[in-house]
Design a protein around this ligand. Structure first.
Ligand code: FMN
Length: 303
């Protein structure tokens, strides 16, 4: 997608307004740390470093799956990032498949309340589960189940994919559930299905299946049409501030970045902060030279 260029932007770089509001919280830029589970030992370090970085920069954070925390209460400490980031937009996370296997509003509420989150992302990952030995493969009736659970929650719920994209038929199927936002998590970035195959089998047995899905830009366009009034998170392969600018132009409210933050997060909160700071600076420059005064002006400007 070509990006406009203005040789005379007629405004100061610092005057480009990146601030926005999402799920009731003010953000200094439309950027969220993406959801990542980290395994028992590393999860705490990853979450704390990312939360500290998000807090210092005024960005939001989506946590990785909290299933482990609901099943083993001692794991809760690894998600308790409110101590280091009291004011960030914090989004909890559970898998949709669990809601077909006994989870309900009570589990969703525990996940959010026990860590002081603002909202809950429910991830749909049928491809990943189907390729994973012992994965959850019972997906019949889940749209109806989500339509029972989500309206019973007294906090916002976000429907999210994990790197293969939310498609228009899925968005139509959950239209009545009342999700507060959709994270399209399209194909083209990390294939979590591929990651899981590598982790569980030590090799990728089905590489063509691992790369299936709706590419992020297409998913944004489809979601805009299928659900024009539901705010969108753009994720899946968002790697630079220019990628973020393009996603906003396609109608996203905010963007989320997962995999590129893993190494910095394992290193330190300063490394994660430096990565995010550069990303936000790139976004600012992209809007500046594109002739946009801010996030509200660029959002949805491309068909
Ligand atoms: N998505 C979830 O909804 N819950 C998770 O627990 C979760 N864990 C992840 C762990 C790792 C190591 C990675 C790489 C991804 C994980 N994801 C999870 C998917 C990401 O949130 C994201 O949708 C996907 O990686 C695409 O974004 P990216 O291209 O920026 O990495």
């Amino acid at each position: 997608m070509p990006w406009p260029y203005r040789a005379l932007p007629e405004r100061d770089l610092d005057a480009v307004d990146l601030s926005t509001t999402f799920l009731g919280r003010r953000l200094s830029a439309p950027v969220l740390v993406g959801a990542m589970t980290g395994g028992a030992e590393r999860a705490g370090r990853i979450n704390f470093n990312l939360a500290r970085a998000a807090g210092r920069l005024g960005l939001g954070m989506m946590l990785g799956s909290q299933r482990v925390m609901l099943e083993r209460p001692e794991a809760r400490a690894t998600f308790a990032v409110r101590d280091v980031a009291p004011d960030i937009l914090l989004v909890g996370n559970l898998g949709a498949a669990q809601f077909g296997l006994g989870y309900g509003p009570a589990e969703a509420t525990r996940a959010v309340r026990e860590i002081g989150a603002d909202a809950l992302a429910i991830h749909v990952n049928p491809l990943q589960e189907a390729l994973q030995p012992g994965g959850d493969t019972r997906w019949a009736g889940l749209a109806a189940r989500l339509a029972e659970v989500v309206p019973a929650l007294d906090f916002p719920a976000v429907l999210k994919e994990v790197g293969h994209g939310l498609d228009a038929a899925t968005l139509r199927a959950v239209a009545g559930a009342g999700f507060a936002a959709y994270d399209v998590a399209g194909a083209g970035g990390t294939s979590w299905a591929r990651v899981e195959q590598l982790v569980h089998r030590g090799e990728v047995l089905s590489p063509d299946l691992c790369d299936l899905g709706v590419p992020t830009a297409q998913a944004l366009r489809d979601a805009r049409q299928a659900a024009p009034h539901v705010p969108l998170i753009a994720s899946g392969g968002i790697r630079t501030g220019l990628d973020a600018a393009r996603a906003l132009a396609l109608g996203a409210q905010v963007v989320a970045v997962a995999r590129p933050l893993l190494e910095p997060a394992l290193e330190s909160s300063e490394a994660a902060e430096a990565w995010l700071e550069n990303f936000v600076r790139e976004l600012r420059v992209a809007l500046f030279v594109g002739g946009y005064g801010g996030v509200e002006e660029v959002r949805g400007s491309q068909p």
